[in-house]
Design a protein around this ligand. Structure first.
Ligand code: PMV
Length: 315
């Protein structure tokens, strides 16, 4: 018997970085997924197959010195836990297939952890979404100790999620939202960008406090506009958010170029996630999607994403 599950990637629509200092952020699950398929095998092994590499490990191997690539740890962990819980002595082969480009801030590792957790748990009966979310986050923290849980939550729940350090709230969903996502192909580190902002704040405490208040107001307006579906005004707020991200130093020349090109045809555009590289998002609908895709395609790799309303799925 095979057990499959899939989970979507995400973008941050508003509020990255300021969320670290208590401001609300809005995240959105996108219709690009990672699927995991698991099967019990007679060999006492865990075999992980993926486009970015294969890995095999014995069933019972001390986790602390298991070796192998770090990014495989969550998959080994959730598999061992599921087998242990079910009292199962056979091994597992798991395939991971992804539509989400890795390492560019689109939530691929959270989606992979969720899909893997649900798929391997599903070999012994489906578990509630909340339980899969809890286990997947625990597994993800084996590689990113301070993962906030924001990516994992929006991927599990689907749709739009408002997020503060105190918790999450699923927002009424707007399935007509469409984004052109462009990859700058600049490698970035979330940790470094977060540190950069901390330094900016230390040097400019009053200005930064004022920016946090502005961002809070901007996110509040965005929440209202998401309810009414006013894309032109929502786009303007995205572009305004980009100005603030630029001011705190997390944009780059390449990101600025992609954003300014996108702003010519879309309703508005900004970087998404930590910045310093990664992706830009541009808000579009049918009237300006092709044009935006065309002009951004000349500078970078890009694609259209819509809101994913399902979140984690057993399929
Ligand atoms: O690049 P991402 O998707 O991991 O987003 C980072 C978001 C930050 O606000 C910069 C950091 C955080 O922990 O919220």
């Amino acid at each position: 018997m095979k057990s499959s599950a899939s989970a979507p990637g995400k973008v941050i629509l508003f509020g990255e970085h300021f969320v670290v200092y208590g401001v609300r952020a809005i995240l959105c699950a996108i219709d690009k997924r990672i699927r995991a398929t698991s099967q019990l095998i007679d060999e006492k092994e865990i075999r992980i197959r993926s486009e970015i590499g294969d890995f095999e490990a014995p069933l019972h191997f001390p986790e602390a010195d298991q070796g192998g690539p770090r990014f495989m740890r969550p998959f080994l962990h959730v598999t061992r836990e599921a087998l242990r819980e079910a009292g199962e002595r056979r091994g597992v082969e798991m395939w991971l297939e992804s539509e989400i480009p890795p390492g560019i801030g689109l939530g691929s590792s959270s989606a992979a952890c969720l899909a893997a957790t649900a798929s391997v748990a599903g070999l012994f009966g489906k578990k509630p979404r909340e339980e899969i979310l809890r286990r997947a986050l625990e597994a993800e923290r084996l590689i990113f100790e301070d993962a906030s849980g924001a990516d994992t939550s929006v991927s599990a729940l689907g749709g739009l999620v408002s997020y503060t350090r105190d918790g999450f709230e699923r927002l009424g969903s707007r399935d007509e939202l469409a984004l052109v996502i462009a990859n700058s192909r600049q490698v970035h580190s979330t940790r470094e960008e977060v540190l950069k902002v901390r330094e900016f704040r230390a040097k400019n405490p009053e200005a930064f406090d004022a920016m946090c208040r502005d961002e809070e107001a901007l996110v509040g307006s965005a929440l209202g506009l998401l309810g009414s579906g006013n894309l032109p005004m929502l786009g303007q707020l995205m572009s305004k958010n980009q100005e603030m991200l630029k001011e705190i130093g997390v944009s780059t020349e390449k990101l600025d170029l992609l954003v300014s090109e996108a702003q010519k045809t879309s309703y508005g555009a900004k970087l998404t996630g930590a910045g310093g590289g990664g992706c830009v998002i541009a808000l579009v609908d049918k009237s300006n999607m092709a044009q935006t895709l065309d002009s951004l395609g000349k500078i970078g790799q890009c694609f259209v994403a819509k809101v994913d309303l399902d979140g984690l799925r057993y399929t």
